[in-house]
Design a protein around this ligand. Structure first.
Ligand SMILES: Cc1ncc(COP(=O)(O)O)c(C=O)c1O
Length: 420
């Protein structure tokens, strides 16, 4: 067991007090409710703060560091590229970008790739491509994108409008037109939402930010059939579910259903900011020269991180490992939390796992940090585990034992307060 002696965390606690003072004097916009830790170093499944405290990391930068922190192979490739050439304008050919795109298309159902810098930007590209294909190539006045309640697609104006959660929209009116939301797994509502202006249906394979809700296979099959019947494009947002995390390279592979377009970011470059939109070959006609662009998309430096990350995921067969370790983690959680009435459900796929609870779990996350254990929530009452794909059984055993204790302590503390 490598988690730090809890006594060391008293230092972290006093730090926390200092930090809340510092926050009000910060030169940053206060857009994030930050946890009171200064993480300064990472390796594999562990992070260290500036006080030398060690943390077992079961959040992976929110599904970003899928290879663990500071993966040697990626570091070596990026260092090599740092000495050669960082940036080339997309006005020129970029061989590493071609190579990364070829690697992705060879291993997925897609035929073409557009590189950008984030998940939101990849989803913007998907929305633009769907509209332009419907309007310019098919000559139809279609623009509407149907998405699902509780979904999350990003924070740009179009992607927050696509997102099925009101909290991300407050104060940003007017929102762009052309987005409709229906409840997940509600086929009658979906059928009713499809109209003459519908261009595409867009969904996550697991609603992650929305609480770890895995899409049901029968529902996805119906969605695909409706797309075919009405000439709509099927867009899958694989920003959180992609790059091996669910037990397949991409979440949709579990269903045997191919999207027209899918998006990826987070885990594609081990923490280097890269997003990508992948699509079928017939969509090439819609994204011609001048139709879409981004300055930093697919630079040699970014592509060195993508190539090293994707090659490692494939060579080490990390999707299969995620499937095996995910089963082990979920089974172990189900066994050890079976008698815990605070927990209502363990759900997920591969190494994206939610522990649904009866009440808010924010305090459990903070208590975890004091024990040297990092994880996040998915909505107010779901604990979310996103370990890296090399996570070991021993690390999972440690995590399970810690979360069982944390939940027990939380429940006991609540009972004491309630009884006072
Ligand atoms: C499913 C999904 N789509 C899109 C995004 C937005 O990605 P980014 O923050 O890189 O813009 C996220 C981020 O959490 C996500 O989980």
């Amino acid at each position: 067991m490598t988690v730090t002696n809890p006594s060391q965390h008293s230092v972290a606690e006093s730090q926390a007090d200092q930090q809340s003072t510092v926050a009000s004097e910060s030169s940053l916009f206060p857009t994030y409710a930050r946890y009171p830790l200064n993480l300064v170093k990472g390796k594999g499944s562990y992070l260290w703060d500036d006080q030398g405290n060690q943390y077992l990391d079961f959040m992976s930068g929110l599904a970003v560091t899928n290879l663990g922190h500071a993966p040697d192979g990626v570091i070596a490739k990026v260092k090599e590229q740092l000495d050669e050439l960082w940036h080339v304008s997309n006005l020129f050919h970029i061989p590493a970008q071609e190579k990364a795109a070829a690697l992705l298309t060879a291993n997925t159902c897609a035929d073409a790739v557009f590189f950008c810098n984030s998940g939101a930007e990849a989803n913007e590209a998907a929305i633009k491509l769907a509209r332009r294909y419907q309007q310019k190539v098919l000559g139809k006045g279609r623009f509407e994108i149907i998405t699902f309640k509780q979904s999350f697609h990003g924070r740009t104006l179009a992607t927050l409008t696509a997102t099925g959660q009101d909290k991300v929209k407050e104060g940003f009116l007017p929102l762009p037109e052309g987005f409709v939301h229906v409840p997940l797994h509600d086929i009658p509502a979906l059928k009713e939402a499809i109209g003459p202006h519908t261009a595409a249906i867009m969904l996550e394979m697991i609603q992650a930010e929305g609480g770890i809700h895995v899409v049901e296979p029968a529902f996805l099959a119906e969605v695909k059939a409706l797309c075919e019947e009405h000439g709509l494009l099927l867009i899958m947002d694989e920003v959180q579910t992609g790059m091996g995390r669910t037990g397949k390279l991409f979440g949709h592979e579990h269903y045997g259903i191919e999207p027209d377009i899918f998006t990826v970011a987070k885990g594609i470059a081990s923490g280097f900011p890269v997003g990508a939109m992948l699509g079928k070959g017939y969509l090439r006609e819609a994204f011609t020269a001048g139709s879409h662009a981004t300055t930093f998309g697919g630079t040699p430096l970014a592509m060195s991180a993508v190539l090293a990350t994707v090659e490692t995921i494939l060579e080490d067969n990390l999707p299969a490992r995620a499937a095996e370790m995910g089963d082990y983690l979920m089974e172990s959680l189900r066994t050890h939390l079976a008698e815990q009435p605070f927990v209502t459900e363990i759900r997920g796929k591969g190494l994206i796992v939610g522990i649904a609870c009866k009440e808010a779990v924010g305090e459990i996350v903070l208590a975890g940090q004091k024990k040297g254990f990092l994880f996040v929530t998915a909505g107010p009452d779901v604990i979310r585990f996103l370990p890296n794909l090399y996570v070991t059984k021993e690390e999972i055993d440690t995590a399970v034992s810690l979360i069982v204790t944390l939940i027990e302590e939380h429940v006991a503390a609540k009972a004491t307060i309630g009884g006072e």
